[in-house]
Design a protein around this ligand. Structure first.
Ligand SMILES: [Zn+2]
Ligand SMILES: [Zn+2]
Length: 303
């Protein structure tokens, strides 16, 4: 992935990963399949994986191929106990797990959540992935440092330190779960993978992302490309912008980029985002943002 790019969307101060407020860092921004190569050097080719810090506490949202790099940043870090929140178990959202170094360190306590399996835990599916002939290393059944947790999308998850994370069911083949993190009046939502219902945003989704500082949203398709792919379970840039506008959400992070969209195409989309909704952007691998009191008071004063 290279050096961290702390490029700042307009009006936003960045002091990465605050210990008070919400920090976001993108390790994988692509959908469907990793697409390394000359055409994806700017926005990145790894699939979905986002580090989200709430008052410094680590959450990992989705375990796509970007998870391997995230894991490397944790190897010498102090995080003894943390949570991986999966949107669902499609391969582009779990393919990084076998190469996530902390998984093999029994001194870590790792919990892996899924909310789209009717309350079942993701353990059986993930153990299948970690078994020959799919992968040579099995997850040790006696490993005490791994917990698999199933819940129903829509429940609120509660964590130590008084942190609670709202969840919502998402329209996607096999279902998926959206997550919303709140701290000190700031909020970041993760809505991926998701297909919108129609031209008007749905009230349940408006409510879910209401007044968010940032909505990380499945923008797999432009509105033109969507026509041929309706029912695939993915959304559009335009539907994401409409949702944010209806909900009073401040910024859209276009995410789960189409593997066929190269850097030039994403730069075009980003220019459109910036015109329609200043501060919105196409998420880039390595990009970090911080939502805390200082960042927001500066944003209010303008650049
Ligand atoms: Zn996906
Ligand atoms: Zn999916």
């Amino acid at each position: 992935m290279g050096k961290m790019d702390t490029r700042t969307p307009a009006g936003l101060n960045v002091a990465p990963l605050t210990t008070r407020g919400i920090g976001v860092r993108f390790f994988g921004v692509r959908g469907s399949i990793p697409v390394p190569g000359a055409g994806t050097l700017i926005y990145g080719g790894n699939t979905a994986c986002v580090e989200i810090r709430v008052d410094g506490r680590l959450f990992i949202v989705d375990a796509g191929s970007g998870l391997a790099s995230l894991g490397n940043t944790l190897v010498d870090g102090p995080e003894g106990s943390f949570d991986i929140l999966l949107s669902h178990l499609h391969q582009d959202h779990i393919v990084g797990l076998p190469f996530f170094a902390p998984l093999y360190d029994p001194s870590r306590r790792i919990r892996i959540y899924a909310g789209n399996l009717g309350g079942q835990t993701p353990e059986t599916a993930l153990r299948t992935m970690f078994s020959p002939p799919l992968f040579p290393i099995e997850l040790d059944h006696k490993a005490k440092h791994l917990d698999f947790i199933g819940f129903q999308a829509g429940e609120t998850l509660r964590f130590d330190g008084g942190i609670s994370v709202r969840t919502t069911p998402l329209r996607h083949p096999g279902g998926a779960t959206g997550y919303r993190f709140d701290a000190h009046g700031h909020a970041v939502a993760y809505v991926c993978d998701f297909e919108h219902a129609g031209p008007a945003p749905e009230s349940a989704m408006i409510d879910f992302v209401r007044n968010c500082d940032l909505v990380i949203y499945d923008t797999t398709f432009t509105v033109e490309d969507y026509v041929a792919c309706m029912g695939w379970g993915h959304s559009t840039i335009e539907a994401g912008l409409a949702l944010c506008a209806a909900a009073g959400a401040k910024r859209l992070a276009a995410f789960h980029h189409n593997p066929d969209y190269d850097d030039a195409k994403l730069a075009e989309i980003e220019a459109l985002l910036e015109r329609v909704s200043p501060g919105s952007f196409c998420a880039r691998e390595g990009q970090a943002l911080d939502f805390n009191e200082i960042a927001l008071s500066r944003a209010r004063r303008g650049p």
